[in-house]
Write a protein that binds this ligand. Sequence first.
Ligand code: PEP
Ligand code: MG
Length: 876
Amino acid sequence: MAKWVYKFHEGSAAMRNLLGGKGCNLAEMTNLGMPIPQGFTVTTEACTEYYNCGKQISQEIQDQIFEAITWLEGINGKKFGDTEDPLLVSVRSGARASMPGMMDTILNLGLNDVAVEGFAKKTGNPRFAYDSYRRFIQMYSDVVMEVPKSYFEKIIDEMKEAKGVHFDTELTADDLKDLANRFKAVYKDAMNGEEFPQDPKDQLMGAVKAVFRSWDNPRAIVYRRMNDIPGDWGTAVNVQTMVFGNKGETSGTGVAFTRNPSTGEKGIYGEYLINAQGEDVVAGVRTPQPISKLAEDLPECYEEFMNLAMKLENHFRDMQDMEFTIEEGKLYFLQTRNGKRTAPAAIQIACDLVDEGMITPEEAVCRIEAKSLDQLLHPTFVPEALKAGEVIGSALPASPGAAAGKVYFTADEAKDAGKGGRGERVILVRLETSPEDIEGMHAAQGILTVRGGMTSHAAVVARGMGTCCVSGCGEIKIDEEAKVFELGGYTFHEGDYISLDGSTGKIYKGDIATQEATVSGNFERIMEWADQFRTLRVRTNADTPADTANAVKLGAEGIGLCRTEHMFFDAERIPKIRKMILSDTVEQREEALNELIPFQKGDFKAMYKALEGRPMTVRYLDPPLHEFVPTDPEDIKALAEDMGMTVEAVKAKCDDLHEFNPMMGHRGCRLAVTYPEIARMQTRAVMEAAIEVKEECGYDIIPEIMIPLVGEKKELKFVKDIVVETAEKVKAEKNSDIQYHIGTMIEIPRAALTADKIAEEAEFFSFGTNDLTQMTFGFSRDDAGKFLDSYYKAKIYESDPFARLDQEGVGQLVKMAVEKGRAARADLKCGICGEHGGDPSSVEFCHKVGLNYVSCSPFRVPIARLAAAQAALNNK
Ligand code: PEP
Ligand code: MG
């Protein structure tokens, strides 16, 4: 018989995959003898089984759950559903990787109409008992039965109004009893006449199912996609004896970190509320007290808490994020986990832990989430612009970085307006955020909330995303429906600009200019360690001298992809390339190309200089030519004049260039096959630039010339012959003995399939996984975003194959091409230059298949360096 349920004392920290993060840590804490309300974990495998059985919990699993309940009754001396002193439990999710706020929780489970009477008598606190019951009905209805929360909130508001009170706390025991009855009526109504379940066993099975089901709710799916968490892991369910932080002034509940999750500074950092349940802190409905104040409120609990928190940090050798509850002066830990943190905090903590002798540099490198380095490269305000800025309010600095943008009041509108939508800069302003807002938060530059502390949903999620967030600004008067808020004497409507500083918590009127960040100190230390451990080289995709210089500063070891067409879009240059494209004869085309040489050569020279001797792979002209042709009537007229043609003739020529499927059309090396003079011009520009910079600066330059979109060896050979002929000519003219390499991109499936043949002509391969993904899936790289959402919903794909390499399909082509290529040419250098080169999971794949380097955009170079080190350490 399979084991689906583990009591806390049966587990350990090593059982994370089976028990989930929360479950294995509760087990570990139990084994450490810490004050933990006891309970048990239903495994992640039971979750998978639930989905395999058509979303049913098998009898065997149910039996094991009830057997564990009997055990829990025994150790607590209380019975489930008892009329004197009922056992109450919480039911919480807990996946392998922590997904804060993404899945469901149910508290106070086990109460019913009779148990609540017993509970009231036993606690001598009827108000507390009925408050617990009405909360349970509300939570169970919402989470398990999906009855909207708002139905219940409306009733609370009505009752408060009728009683003439402002706060829930002012309602009496009788009021709350009345409320519980009204809630049950709402439930019955919403459930077509079905009564609220009175049998705690039914309640428990409903709750376990709801947690399993919540693994697949839309916000959890989005979170998993953003954090590379596989959909088949499933969540565990933790059933734990309830303890109560809402039993009066010697009770309370809180969340704390052993180090500051924003800065990494050592020292307990947290918040609590007296006389409250955990949801009140996490939901950010009341703004909590700093943990230091607990020393005044409940000094003994504070001291015990501090000692145990340190014990946990020393045991897990990492910063801990803990939830605790104090029930009538007795402290309990409800959970601990390695805390989520900003990138600056991650770096500070990793370096401090190495200095404190707790971890090795190898561990430090593995502790930092590579993607999070993005945050370090986040903008700050331009100092002069900031001086002129008017501060209109301030609140908690919940997630660092500076942001300015237009105000939007709902997640949907933010999503439509922001990143991935209309591309506006967006500040999402909310009363409080909830996990359903995740996509809107992702689309925003900054998030501002009226309610909530540093551990509220908005703060935790924004930090995870690296999005600037200021939370808990109680001075704001907001009307979300009317889309307006007031602050600092001003009124802001949708579309008005504000600016936020997530590092100071200040809120400014208007659109303050921001600037990119610079990095140093501990960041350099981590990067130096990473560079020692990695074997993959990291290059950058750059096509301007400025980007090149920036990438070198961020640690790029060369350019892996210089897209030469980007050099032609400049206002001064584009007329010349248009002339080339519209030329009728080779002579005309050569004349136009001759005008382009100085620009291209000038850029190459500047880039070789910025690289200071590092290598550069120059990719020859790639896009379909129609991308260059004019559409503006003025431009068409100017071009006609320049070429001595009529406007009509120019238009007709442009129309001729139209292709039904340009991405599969006349582009890449096909251009050089039809117009060899283009390859000749580009070769001359590269070779002359290299020879001249070599002479001027003494760098040992070996140009790397890369032919794109090759699918056939003979095609490559055709272009290569042109390149060699021209390169040799330039060498002779310049009396130079410079070497050069000619290689190809592998971005057409046929090239991967025939890689052994192609390697006979290519000295290196660079996998263009943007096109390779496009052509392997048959998905347009420009349009796939429009329908991929349906694929995620239908669970056909879990992530965007253009962002995260599809290892199963596209990856197989890459692996095969490397093997075939190296079988034909043992020293074949292989790299990747598609967008995947900066994605950590794809970098790990590149390491595993033995690529020599990855190449990515400048700002992702540190991410790739770190991911490469982690790949090497994790795959030793
Ligand atoms: C690619 O296809 O992966 C590539 C790097 O080339 P481009 O994006 O320029 O088509
Ligand atoms: Mg390409």
